[in-house]
Design a protein around this ligand. Sequence first.
Ligand code: PLP
Length: 481
Amino acid sequence: MLFLDKETRERLWTRVTQALEDYAEEVEKGRVTPQLEPGRIRDLLEPFDFSKPHDPLAAVDFIVEGLHEYQTHTPHPRYYGLFNPAPTTMGVAADSLVAGFNPQLAAWSHSPFAIEMERHLVASFAERFGYRPEQAEGTFATGGAEANHTAVLTALTRAFPEYLRHGVKSLRAQPVLYISSEGHDSLAKAARMCGLGTEAVREIAVDSSLRMSTDLLRQQIQEDLEEGFAPFLIVATAGTTGAGTIDPLPELVEIAAGEGIWLHVDAAWGGAAVLVPELGAALEGIEQSDSITFDAHKWLSVPMGAGLYLTRHPQILERTFKVAADYMPKEAADLDVTDPYAVTMQWSRRFIGLKVFLSLAVAGWQGYEEAIRHQTAMGNELRQELGSHGWRVVNETPLPVVCFVDRTRPNGDSPEFLDQISRTIVDAGEAWISTARLGAHGTALRACITNFRTGSEDIAALVSALNRARSSLPSPTTSDS
Ligand SMILES: Cc1ncc(COP(=O)(O)O)c(C=O)c1O
């Protein structure tokens, strides 16, 4: 039963591809959001006690139905969400091939084609970010959180080589890292997982544009040095999760260089802007960073998860991760190639790069440039539509994430009121939007154009859903300030 007969396999593949095709074609016709019914879902799963085998086609049908019914449909063009796009067609094909061929990317000799393909991609992306491709190194990761964790580890390795053998307890001073209050919380997790603890994360307040305040950063570094802490890492964010803002990279480059601190740019979503000339200027300075996080499963729209960690420091990954493993294949040593298990956090690893390679091979840089430009234009259209319907946009970014409050009513920035608006829309299944807390700007509704298929009609539908939700609610009584 583990390997099905040829006839059943053929019927199964047909059923699976039909389900994928139906979903790609039909997703936009349905609700964006599911009913949240944990009890009902558990009841549906109850008959699967695995005491007797199920028919393979019936089992697949059961799953397809469950996913249709109980999923926030991130591939829906009215999902204005958390950087989760519709998957590229080639990405879906790639992940199916990866599952079938199941290459093992721990050792080079097990998957030479796959590993060289990922190396080729690392060099290509490094070049697009302005690193010298012959010097840059990198690794695919499950996502941005793993790539950011890798950044903390590599920065620690460079600053405190003794940490590799003796751990943080051996260090004379407590290492500290800096990130803006709008930066991603995966850095706090990484600090915890590296044994630094979350207090090692210095959260730097943002300016009125929600970008890291470089004055406060300078001040905090000086205070830390005077108090005997050891600053080792600045994390700049290029495209914050809440408001899509970009920290002042050139100034951060200067501060990091002046203090001898590693500069990591978390460009998990916003990094795609470098592929479009008129947006890329906003990321100027990224080429001088020490490392970059970039998620292809965000704005490059490949299926999850496809994170990428890039660095311009050769050998730092090997210094960070290599351990002796006698049982592993040894051919790499004679071939001038690298075993991924020796330069990454993971050991056995899935072939992450194929979905990126096939998507890029078919779309080309130009195809991506067009998609990113389209989504940016839709973001601008949304800003305009909101403005002409009594909403006030509160964030400044060239990227298509739009944060806004109601300006037609007193206290139209009340968090409860904004939450109710987003819940009304989400509960009705019309779209998915959310609220975000943006420092001194308070709370705002947040809509991100995550989907390359989102068009003007979807923008109009969102604005009219917002207008309807607003007028269905009683006036807010308190504001956010
Ligand atoms: C700026 C930023 N960095 C890192 C992450 C974490 O990425 P992932 O969810 O792929 O681990 C996110 C997630 O949205 C993000 O927005």
